[in-house]
Design a protein around this ligand. Structure first.
Ligand code: ADP
Ligand code: ZN
Length: 511
């Protein structure tokens, strides 16, 4: 039997496993199929690289991005692992194939479209395969934020080698996506290993956008150390960078429209710097190992909670205090919803859920960290003490009565109608639909009047956030697991009042 701790130390130079690595590696060594859900930076690569070295035969790694693949390839080769890749930009195909057949490779990286092809399958038949590692496994799910149809074609390959264990890895998977990965890749439920997602040294804060250039300049002035500002478009990165240069901090930009040499130079400068601000699109950051990033700011709404977690997670990898700031405006949501309308119907539902989850994060008056962690299936404490809402709880009012009326209306109308209908019933509207269904004759019809009407929207959002309401497959509302204590009067519902506009600060220099 291979001496795993010795390999960990001698090959990789690590004194010990981190977190769930030991469990994952142990499962693979026993040949058990596994889905490892580990946040960025938790050390996923080791989970297949170590078995690749320890096991007899080659570990085939499926990875979606050539750039990422080559980064990992170089890192593996640097510690002496016999590794190669078969991609469109590799010139040494013949040699790699010969090495694979000759048992001279520990690790072979391939793209999903290559891996699912018949040519590759027959190549593997002539070699000895020890492990299939499917990196960024959320790409297999239409629910995931990064669906790659080629991932769907991997299953026949995996099934052709039933004795070879399969390891799916991802940093980002909500419950739906997890389920999909298990089903699509043929991994039993008890093969799922989930690492803790909390990044306690990151302080989360969310701000309504209100003069973003000034807000960012203030933030940069107050935040020493290297930082990343994520903007949504190339043009926005350039504009924001221009504004930030006036603060005197070194500023670089990064987006896919720059010349490759320029991009590489900017990235290298950032990695070497101790106070630079990188203004970038989300093209920046994947595979970059800079542990001392002190802050990450988003100039607009991210694409998903997963995306936000991953991007903000580039702050403070060294474990020292770091901050994640998110600036958002209502127009971000409007734009996102508009984009959803243009998608194929099958993808709309997933996108809607993603936007709703982001809405819950930015609108809550409760702990941001708790919302993030719950999204990843954890059960965190109600407060963390290290986010904006925990540090300075916002003003809120008791809306428990309205919440109870709302929940009763959802219940009495049969748990299938959306917010529009529920609001209409509660405020006593008499539409055709209401009359047809007899909803004008139930006790909750018209029980909300006057100023209370304005609370209905925030109350429904608050109820969704705390799982007292859930959305049905068809976009209607139904009672969630936490409705009961509220209906019984055992739990109160407080909602955050819309933030008062901060008074615009006059520049002190002008007196
Ligand atoms: P992920 O792919 O999960 O984002 P990586 O595999 O890139 O993470 O690893 C993140 C960092 O953690 C790397 O710098 C890696 O060298 C380091 N690392 C991984 N495992 C260990 C370990 N057991 N002990 C110390 N450092 C580790
Ligand atoms: Zn908190």
């Amino acid at each position: 039997r291979p001496d795993i701790p010795a390999l960990l130390h001698d090959v990789f130079g690590f004194p010990a496993f981190r977190g769930v690595q030991e469990q994952v590696v142990g499962r693979i060594m026993e040949g058990r199929p596994t889905l490892a859900i580990m946040p960025t930076g938790a050390g996923k690569s080791l989970c297949y690289q170590l078995p690749a070295v320890a096991l007899d035969g080659c570990c085939v790694v499926v990875s979606p991005l050539i750039a990422l693949m080559h980064d990992q390839l170089r890192a593996a080769q640097a510690v002496g692992i016999r590794a190669a890749s078969l991609t469109s930009v590799d010139a040494d195909w013949r040699e790699t194939q010969d090495r694979l057949r000759g048992g001279d490779l520990d690790l072979l990286y391939v793209a999903p479209e290559r891996a699912s092809g018949e040519g590759f399958r027959s190549l593997l038949r002539s070699a000895r395969v020890a492990l299939f590692a499917i990196d960024e496994a959320h790409c297999v799910s239409e629910w995931g934020h990064d669906f790659r149809p080629d991932y769907r074609l991997l299953r026949p390959l995996l099934d052709e080698f039933p004795d070879v264990p399969r390891l799916a890895l991802t940093a980002t998977a909500d419950a739906h996506t997890r389920e999909d990965i298990l089903v699509q890749l043929g991994i039993p439920r008890d093969g799922m290993v989930i690492a803790g997602f909390d990044r306690p040294n990151i302080r989360y804060a969310v701000h309504a956008r209100d003069g973003l250039p000034r807000q960012l300049a203030d933030l940069v002035a107050a935040s020493p150390g290297p930082g990343i500002v994520y903007a949504q478009t190339r043009a926005a990165t350039e504009k924001l960078a221009e504004g930030l240069e006036r603060t005197g901090r070194p500023v670089r930009i990064y987006h896919a429209g720059l010349e490759p040499q320029q991009r590489a130079a900017n990235q290298a400068a950032f990695i070497a710097s101790e106070d630079m601000v990188m203004v970038a699109t989300i093209a920046f950051g994947m595979g970059i190992d800079k542990p001392d990033v002190r802050f990450v700011a988003h100039a607009g709404l991210p694409k998903s909670i997963e995306g936000y977690y991953q991007e903000s997670g580039r702050a403070g990898r060294d474990g020292e205090p770091a901050a994640a700031h998110l600036f958002w405006g209502a127009e971000d949501f409007a734009r996102a919803r508009q984009r959803i309308g243009e998608l194929e119907p099958t993808r709309q539902q997933g996108e809607r859920a993603r936007i709703a989850a982001l809405g819950a994060l930015v609108e809550t008056g409760t702990c941001r960290r708790a919302i993030l962690l719950r999204h990843f299936g954890e059960s965190p404490p109600a407060t963390c003490g290290n986010c904006d809402n925990c540090l300075a709880p916002p003003d809120s009012i008791d809306a428990t009565e309205t919440a109870r009326k709302y929940l009763s209306a959802v219940y009495r109308t049969g748990q299938s109608f959306g917010t529009g209908h529920i609001e209409a019933v509660l405020t006593g509207a008499v539409t055709d639909r209401i009359r047809e269904r007899g909803h004008d004759r139930i006790s909750v019809h018209g029980i909300v009047t006057g100023e209370e009407t304005a609370l209905l929207r925030p109350v429904s959002r608050a109820l969704l956030v705390r799982d007292a309401l859930e959305t049905t497959e068809h976009g209607g509302l139904m009672l969630g697991p936490n409705a009961r204590p509220i209906l019984r009067g055992e739990e109160e519902v407080r909602i955050v009042l819309p933030p008062k506009r901060e008074p615009r600060r006059r520049s002190a220099r002008n007196g």
